[in-house]
Design a protein around this ligand. Structure first.
Ligand code: C5P
Length: 405
């Protein structure tokens, strides 16, 4: 079913310096024929005078819920809007939305927008320490669960001069996200599924078999994909690093649970990156309760775990779908990776060494050989995992854009 594009957009600006990017966004949207209304918080109105926006919008700006003697202003605006965009989204405003606090016009109207479930976009903008604070992490996770779409933030220059995550997306990028939501499925962003971390296979009620994967590579990939404005789902096992922020998280502890989550999420996705360290062997049965300690030891019988890449082969075998796998090897990196590339029906594989300082499990950095099914080979030197994640995603996006042509 093709729906008419959504054209009535409610913009809400909260008080951060990134508000300076809003005029450019307003210009782009108006040029494209969008009808706009703007609500500012009181703090936002201290950053940029409402008169600037009123001139650009050719319409009054709303700040005080009572100024126009209209007690139902927040409801009227919410009923009018077909989409709501919080730009910029400060840590404070994000916290209020996550908790349903509605103590000014801006937060009240956005709370109502959640109730009617119109498309909602948040463009976070804050200092990196505030972005990474546990409270913000919880709040962002909550907004994603509540159906908010994230546009940014990206890593870049912050108000304090540091180069770090928390910088608001550029107006052109926010415009593209609005356009894609406005047009419905027609211009939906690429959906990417990324697995991360270690699986845990239960032996009994209290013990499990796992591995030393930290999840750092997968988390870096998920954040790098978010910064490329993809629709990101991160399916993760055990993580020893904070979960990636600003993406949809699905916990899947065991190989079987991860297989099920991957199967259901890739059905409508464009790409899969299997960075998780999935068990190769699992106990054949999980004992009920706790196995009693005994002086004579115990036998554990292991059977092969489901291989997620192999089991999803048919689902992935559609035109334009792109799969990247990983290979952790102790020697002959490129040779084993080449075999795995073919055996697991991959488009690309990232082979990294497991017995080298500065690479593999747990390390902050990684070294890799990158191979594609078309025969390309790149030797990547030791670099931060985030930088490697950027390289991998640039190649995924390039491959996706080439098949779309
Ligand atoms: O065969 P090996 O475990 O070396 O292959 C590594 C690649 O296969 C990784 O991308 C990993 O996520 C994936 N894998 C899988 N299912 C398993 C084991 C590994 O999809 N049971």
């Amino acid at each position: 079913m093709v729906l008419a594009p959504l054209k009535r957009i409610l913009l809400v600006g909260s008080g951060g310096i990134a508000l300076v990017k809003l005029p450019a966004l307003i210009r782009m949207l108006r040029r494209q024929g969008y009808e706009l209304r703007l609500v500012l918080t009181e703090n936002a109105a201290r950053f940029i005078t409402p008169l600037t926006f009123e001139t650009l919008l050719d319409h009054p700006v709303y700040i005080d819920p009572f100024a126009r003697r209209d007690n139902l202003l927040h409801i009227g605006l919410r009923k009018w809007a077909e989409m709501a965009v919080l730009v910029p989204g400060t840590a404070n405003m994000i916290a209020k939305l996550a908790h349903g606090i509605a103590d000014d016009l801006a937060s009240a109207v956005l709370l109502g927008a959640g109730g009617t479930a119109i498309p909602r976009i948040v463009c976070p903008a804050m200092n990196d320490a505030m972005w990474e604070a546990p409270a913000t992490r919880r709040n962002i996770e909550q907004l994603i669960r509540d159906g908010w779409r994230m546009a940014g933030p990206v890593t870049g220059e912050l108000a304090c001069g540091d180069d770090a995550p928390g910088r608001m997306a550029e107006p052109e990028e926010i415009f593209r996200v609005i356009e894609s939501l406005s047009a419905g499925d027609k211009r939906a962003p690429y959906k990417i599924v990324i697995t991360a971390g270690a699986t845990e296979e239960d032996i009994d009620a209290v013990r499990c078999i796992t591995n030393h994967s930290s999840g750092r590579m997968g988390a870096a990939l998920a954040e790098a994909a978010r910064e490329r404005f993809m629709d990101v789902v991160c399916i993760h096992g055990a993580l020893r690093v904070p979960p990636p922020q600003g993406v949809r998280l699905i916990e899947a502890r065991s190989a079987r649970a991860m297989l099920q989550a991957v199967q259901s999420e890739i059905a409508d996705a464009n790409a899969l990156v299997m960075a998780a360290a999935v068990a190769d062997f699992v106990p054949d049965v999980k004992a009920a309760g706790k196995i009693k300690k005994s002086g004579s030891g115990m036998d554990l019988h292991l059977v092969p775990a489901p291989d997620i890449l192999l089991e999803t082969r048919a689902l992935r075998a559609r035109a334009g779908f792109h799969t990247t796998g990983f290979a952790l090897e102790s020697d002959a990196l490129a040779e084993y990776a080449q075999e795995k590339l073919a055996a697991k029906y991959l488009d690309a594989i990232v082979a990294n060494p497991c017995s080298e300082p500065g690479a593999g499990f747990g390390s902050e950095t990684n070294r890799a050989v990158y191979l594609t099914k078309d025969g390309a080979r790149e030797d990547w030197p030791t670099m931060p995992k985030r930088e490697m994640a950027d390289r991998i995603l640039d190649r995924v996006l390039l491959a996706l854009s080439e098949t779309k042509k």
